[in-house]
Design a protein around this ligand. Structure first.
Ligand code: PEP
Ligand code: MG
Length: 590
């Protein structure tokens, strides 16, 4: 049994079986074969080596014809290596001694060799590592085929274990089969994590060596409440988790009862709790949890769930559905926020060096006007069927906001000429998620119809901490005094400009951070729908004066840890049950 601690990103506990997915083959899962099957694996290995050598011979002949003998030499050297028993013998030995598959044996032997080369002091040897990697991929392709996603072959219920998963891979999950997932890389506010919460799939990320340790088919526990993964749990631990799951169910049921009650503080201040969604279908769940509408609809998921670019009709159908399901409630639709960790398949083939600082979000839209206009037209057409607010993401200067607004006006003129109805009074606002916008909030409050503070990006850009990088996850702290002061500045600017302001970052769903936000003057919180019941209970148990006192105290402190502890202690007293799943330090067995 092995227990690993990672980052809890999507709540829930699952006991299941491992299914390893490693698209880049950084790791080949260690799969065991029955004792009698070793001969088959030896045969597969011989065949794969032979086929790879055949490929290399052909390649060297073609290269010699085109570029001469010297150029062909590299492939001849590769053939020599693959024919060398000092390389292949250990592979066969692994199959015999450890009863592993041929692909695992190939991968393991090449990995060891690359590690030995890397440890040598002579830098010219290091250049050979790429050759080895290339060679190992060539043999592995023979054994497991070209880029066929292993995820597509999952046809039973399992827990997906992977080095990393992209938001589009997560989007393509078959919910019938994927019970939970765990990855070596990743952070709490990455879009893969956000997506897991939207789908209600328990998940833990940032586990470093999990893929290396996990064996396909092995028992695994995913504890998405505490960020713990247990590989090969013993009976005692399974029993403990089963009883924890029962208790958890009872708490969830009692929270369900609160859905119909209003979110009003003990001194009568209404707090609007709305939700962040990725798909219109989620709105039913938002209402079930007691949400009052949608504060953020991330429309880029239309792009991530399909191989082809959505048409105006695809956009329109999705937005009209959202309008209908919302039945007149708040519906804030954000224009596409592609780039950074949300690449379409086509763009992923041409990666940027620094994607979070690159052609992302509104910048991408303003450089791809055809695509942007398609979305704006669809949004306007849907506005005819019920109220919509349009929100532009990642705005960092007034020109961007004005350009986006102008394009919306162009789309309005086009529709008018075509005689297509839409809501002329449609409101437009912006996300405040870049420090430049937070600092210039006064200026923006004169242009924008509303603000929504996106702490996921605001924290990332203010603290220079990549929101998807598990190595700096401990530094991603929304309680940092700089972040809190920026939020205060944005709220003051919104109040002075008499425009609504909300917060839609993931932290708004944490009771301790929400207390602070309310104390800073926020009255609308937009959160993952599953966080709504706990948040509502918290709101109904606290007075605004209490929140304001807390915020005032927090603003006098100079350390993020001190502010976090202050808020956590306060929230724990008000709503202890919210922290039962957040005692990060302990698993039921600890
Ligand atoms: C944010 O940045 O806080 C936000 C809500 O937007 P996203 O998570 O989609 O980047
Ligand atoms: Mg953002």
């Amino acid at each position: 049994m092995e227990q690993l601690k990672g980052i809890a990103v999507s709540p829930g506990v699952v006991i299941g079986r491992v299914f390893v997915v490693d698209e880049e083959r950084r790791r080949i899962p260690k799969r065991l074969v029955p004792a009698g099957q070793a001969a088959i694996e030896h045969e597969r290995l011989w065949k794969a080596l032979g086929a790879a050598i055949g490929e290399l011979n052909l390649l060297s002949e073609r290269t010699r014809g085109k570029f001469g003998h010297d150029a062909a030499e590299i492939f001849i050297a590769h053939v020599r290596m693959l024919s060398d028993a000092t390389l292949t013998r250990p592979m066969h030995e692994l199959i015999d001694n450890e009863r592993v598959t041929a692909e695992f044996a190939v991968w393991r032997v090449f990995q060891d060799l690359m590690a030995q080369f890397a440890a040598l002091p002579d830098p010219t040897i290091h250049t050979k590592i790429d050759d080895l990697r290339d060679l190992s991929m060539r043999v592995l392709r023979q054994l497991i085929g070209e880029h066929r996603s292993r995820l597509n072959t999952l046809n039973h219920q399992a827990v997906v274990v992977a080095p990393d998963l992209t938001p589009s891979q997560t989007a393509a999950f078959n919910r019938q089969h994927v019970l939970a997932f765990a990855t070596d890389l990743g952070g709490k506010t990455s879009h893969t994590a956000i997506f897991a919460r939207a789908l209600g799939i328990p998940a833990v990320v940032g586990l470093n060596r999990l893929t290396e340790l996990a064996v396909d088919g092995q028992d695994i526990i995913i504890d998405g409440d505490r960020g713990i993964v247990v590989l090969g749990p013993d009976e005692h631990v399974i029993d403990e988790y089963q009883s924890y799951m029962e208790t958890r169910k009872t708490i969830q049921l009692s929270l369900g009862e609160i859905a119909k009650l209003p979110a009003v503080t003990t001194d009568g201040t209404p707090i609007k709790i709305v939700a962040n969604i990725e798909f219109p279908e989620e709105i039913a769940q938002v209402l079930k949890f007691g949400g009052e509408g949608v504060g953020l609809y991330r429309t880029e998921y239309l792009y991530l769930t399909s191989d082809t670019e959505p048409t105006e009709e695809d956009h329109f159908i999705a937005y009209k559905k959202a309008v209908e399901l919302s039945e007149g409630r708040l519906l804030t639709i954000r224009t596409v926020d592609l780039g950074a960790d949300k690449y379409t398949q086509a763009r992923a083939e041409n990666p940027e060096r620094n994607p979070f600082l690159g052609l992302r979000s509104i910048r991408y839209c303003l450089q791809n006007l055809g695509m942007f206009k398609t979305q704006l037209r669809a949004l306007l057409r849907a506005s005819h069927f019920g109220p919509i607010k349009v929100m532009f993401p990642l705005i960092m200067n007034t020109v961007e906001f004005r350009q986006a607004r102008m394009l919306l006006n162009d789309a309005m003129e086009d529709l008018e000429e075509e005689g297509i109805p839409f809501d002329r009074t449609i409101e437009t606002g912006m996300m405040v998620e870049v420090p430049a916008a937070a600092i210039m909030a006064n200026t923006f409050a004169r242009e924008a119809g509303f603000f929504s503070i996106g702490t996921n990006d605001l924290v990332q850009y203010t603290l220079a901490v990549d929101r998807t990088n598990e190595r700096v996850a401990n530094l991603f702290n929304p309680f940092h005094p700089a972040v809190i002061k920026m939020i205060r500045n944005v709220v003051r600017a919104a109040d002075a400009g008499k425009i609504p302001v909300s917060c839609c970052g993931e932290s708004a769903g944490d009771p301790d951070f929400a207390l602070l936000l309310m104390g800073l003057g926020l009255r609308t919180l937009s959160v993952t729908s599953s966080s709504i019941p706990v948040l509502k209970r918290m709101v109904r148990s606290v007075s605004i004066q209490q929140c304001e006192r807390l915020a005032k105290k927090a603003l006098t402190l100079d350390s993020d840890t001190a502010i976090a502890v202050l808020c956590r202690d306060h929230a724990r007293k008000i709503i202890p049950e919210a922290f039962e799943g957040r005692t990060d330090e302990h698993s039921p067995s600890a």
